[in-house]
Design a protein around this ligand. Structure first.
Ligand code: C2E
Ligand code: MG
Ligand code: MG
Ligand code: MG
Length: 282
């Protein structure tokens, strides 16, 4: 079921299919009123240091519901928001909300926000980020942006310029879903990423020896470039043990924690931090 709802399937938008068109138009219309109607929210998924067990940060993930309360998956509404341009306002709302409810309250040290190339190309994006950080009394290093490798985008000059402005603020830039597209290696050549998030499909292929060899090769490539490595989709104890054995820096996945609202997050923070202090002082 997860596969059937996967990014690739949903992003194949067929304008000839009246049903797809209707649903997309409906979502587009609702997205225009979504913020004022309080139909959007953010949940946060913990990012854990696999060696110490410390909570290193959290990723913000957008949630949408229809006016009748039915949830819509990001794999459906994000592509629509990108097509209509609604993503620009939603993205700004997400950055502000993360600063307000997660970072300024010190629930975590670092929070990441997913961004679309559309947002990075908008003039004034970095200035908006700088102003929002300042408004909340935050230093840039506490914020990270995740850029997904999967997007079909030549690494163009506008994007590169925006990224260097963000880096000058101290903001971290992470490469998301590494290994899912063909652009990953060119992204690595063009941009100085702080962290590379290896897509969860690699971990799932680890059930077989061939998959493990592949993952180890990718890890050594990234490590030689001095990148911090995060593996997504850690769903079991076995996954976590394997990542520890491979000396991965950080992990994320249902085994570590499911996405949860900011308020619930504070408890995870205290628990994980306490455990980490115990470990590192030993
Ligand atoms: P992503 O950035 O790669 O986010 C990870 C997705 O994997 C999330 O799905 C998360 O809930 C899911 N996930 C986390 N751990 C596990 C696990 O152990 N197993 C499995 N099977 N799945 C796991 P979600 O929240 O549905 O988001 C889907 C995608 O939508 C995200 O992929 C991201 O590309 C996009 N997205 C979400 N929020 C935003 C946003 O605020 N802005 C933009 N531009 N894109 C967003
Ligand atoms: Mg992400
Ligand atoms: Mg990801
Ligand atoms: Mg992924």
């Amino acid at each position: 079921a997860a596969k059937a709802n996967g990014r690739n399937c949903v992003m194949v938008f067929d304008p000839e299919d009246p049903q797809t068109g209707d649903e997309s138009e409906n979502i587009a219309a609702i997205l225009r009123i979504a913020l004022e109607q309080r139909l959007m929210s953010l949940v946060y998924q913990p990012i854990c240091n696999v060696q110490t067990g410390a909570l290193d940060g959290a990723e913000a993930l957008m949630r949408m519901k229809m006016p009748d309360g039915t949830p819509v998956t990001p794999n459906t509404f994000i592509p629509v928001a990108e097509r209509t341009g609604a993503i620009v306002e939603l993205g700004r709302w997400a950055i502000r909300t993360v600063c307000e409810e997660l970072l300024a309250t010190n629930r975590v040290q670092v929070a990441s926000v997913n961004v679309s190339p559309t947002e990075l190309k908008m003039p004034g994006f970095a200035a908006y980020v700088a102003a929002t950080l300042a408004e909340h009394g935050l230093i840039g290093t506490r914020l990270a942006f995740e850029i997904t490798e999967g997007v079909e985008l030549e690494v163009d000059t506008e994007v590169v310029r925006c990224i260097s402005e963000l880096k000058r603020l101290g903001v971290q830039i992470w490469l998301d879903d590494f290994g899912t597209g063909f652009a990953g290696l060119s992204w690595l050549r063009m941009i100085e990423f702080d962290t590379v998030k290896i897509d969860r499909s690699f971990l799932h292929d680890c059930a077989e020896e061939r998959g493990r060899v592949m993952l180890r090769d990718i890890i050594s490539l990234l490590r030689h470039r001095g990148l911090r490595i995060l593996v997504e989709g850690v769903e079991t104890e076995e996954h976590e043990d394997l990542m520890r054995a491979y000396r991965i820096d950080q992990i994320q996945g249902y085994h570590v924690g499911r996405p949860a609202p900011a308020a619930r997050f504070a408890m995870v923070d205290r628990f994980r931090s306490a455990a980490a202090v115990g470990l590192s002082s030993a």
